[in-house]
Design a protein around this ligand. Structure first.
Ligand code: MG
Length: 383
């Protein structure tokens, strides 16, 4: 893939490619256990960073592969518990396989013993000689391009692999090892979108197919705090001189809270209460700007950056307009943004409702996030 992470560890949307593939098999009821075969020395990384976070409980082993694809499959076959009746061999870099295709291939293997998923060739296929001259044009109506999964009775594929090893035969897929023994192999229709991600261009296609190249995410936040005596009024990280302040566990910065909820919402990361529970004494009296800095870290971990956020404070009094510019600057500074990316407005509610009676102050926020370039890679895994 040219620099950076190995392609199978890169994020496709919220999940690394391998994790995405694993979740398909995690959800398929017919699959009992999964063995993940990875490059030697990367077993721990894959176990900790790919299997664990994706919640793939069916993975019973992460084992080192061999020099060739066929050696790796052989290594995986050794580690299957059982042995099982049926084995599904799948390229970890085909995360877009349709779960229905997996199901269909497994069912077909029960009947036929050996199944390969593939798609009809759309282009005309010609063979050429060593001089680059066309030797033959193959009849296209019977040409299929083999993909994975390839699904077999365990006994059939194990014996086919064992025999190939003894004879020193290397095939470009697993089915050919069965074919050369004269055994029938059933073709099951796959999808043209079941691509193997091997080049940067493939990655772009995969992102487009999954909609994961949608770069923008929007979130909404809302918060209210009660106005009480003997509390400072903190809004947007500023202490505003007034006779009352907002009540709350932290500094009760209602504007900052609404913004944090909008950011967490856009990230698909829950809400403020989940990350900073009011039952936690660590957050008593804390500056909400400190919590906003934590939200920034959550976004960065997920490869997300802030495009902009717009906010509005609902307060009958005091008059907030003189302070909104500084509030925006405070919030932007914590998020590492220029001031223009965060907008703070204030309005009264014309004397109506609890805000109008000055019983409390409310705030709304809308935030727009984009996927940052750093987010296309899992941090700390440079190649
Ligand atoms: Mg709050």
């Amino acid at each position: 893939m040219g620099g950076g992470l190995r392609k199978q560890y890169r994020l496709l949307g919220d999940l690394p490619v391998v994790s995405r593939t694993l979740t398909i098999f995690e959800k398929e009821p017919a699959v009992g256990s999964v063995v993940l075969v990875v490059p030697p020395g990367e077993e721990d990384y894959c176990r900790n960073e790919l299997v664990g976070p994706a919640g793939c409980r069916k993975v019973v082993a992460v084992v080192a592969g061999g020099e060739h694809r066929q050696d790796s499959v052989w290594a995986g076959l050794q580690c299957l518990p059982g042995p099982p009746d049926i084995v599904v061999v799948h390229d970890a870099v085909r995360p877009l396989v349709n779960p229905e295709t997996v199901k269909e291939a497994i069912n077909a293997a029960v009947s036929y013993g050996a199944v390969v998923v593939g798609v009809p060739a759309k282009d005309t296929v010609k063979t050429v000689n060593a001089l680059g001259m066309v030797v033959e044009t193959l009849p296209r109506d019977r040409l299929y391009l083999a993909q994975t999964p390839q699904v077999f009775s365990f006994d059939i594929i194990f014996e086919a692999h064992r025999e190939a090893r003894v004879e020193g035969f290397y095939g470009s897929d697993d089915a050919v090892l069965v074919e050369r023994r004269g055994l029938p192999v059933r073709m099951v229709h796959g999808g043209y979108d079941n691509i193997k991600i091997t080049t940067p261009e493939d990655f772009m296609v995969a992102a487009a197919l999954t909609g994961e190249n949608t770069l923008l995410r929007v979130g909404h936040g809302y918060d209210v705090h009660r106005l009480v005596a003997d509390r400072p009024l903190v809004l947007g990280g500023m202490t505003i001189p007034w006779e009352k302040g907002l009540d709350g566990h932290s500094d009760a910065d209602v504007l900052c809270h609404a913004l944090m909820d909008a950011l967490l919402g856009a990230a698909g990361a829950g809400d403020i209460g989940r990350h900073f529970p009011p039952t936690d004494e660590a957050f008593r009296g804390i500056s909400s700007l400190t919590l906003l800095a934590e939200v920034r870290k959550i976004l960065e971990t997920r490869g997300l950056g802030v495009v902009n956020a717009d906010t509005v404070i609902l307060a009958e009094k005091p008059q907030l307009a003189p302070y909104t510019g500084q509030m925006a600057a405070n919030l932007a500074a914590v998020l590492g943004l220029s001031d223009s990316r965060i907008n703070v407005k204030a309005t009264t509610t014309e004397g109506l409702g609890y805000t109008g009676r000055a019983e409390g102050i409310a705030a709304y926020a809308v935030a727009l996030l984009h996927r940052t370039s750093a987010g296309s890679e899992v941090s700390g895994r440079e190649r």
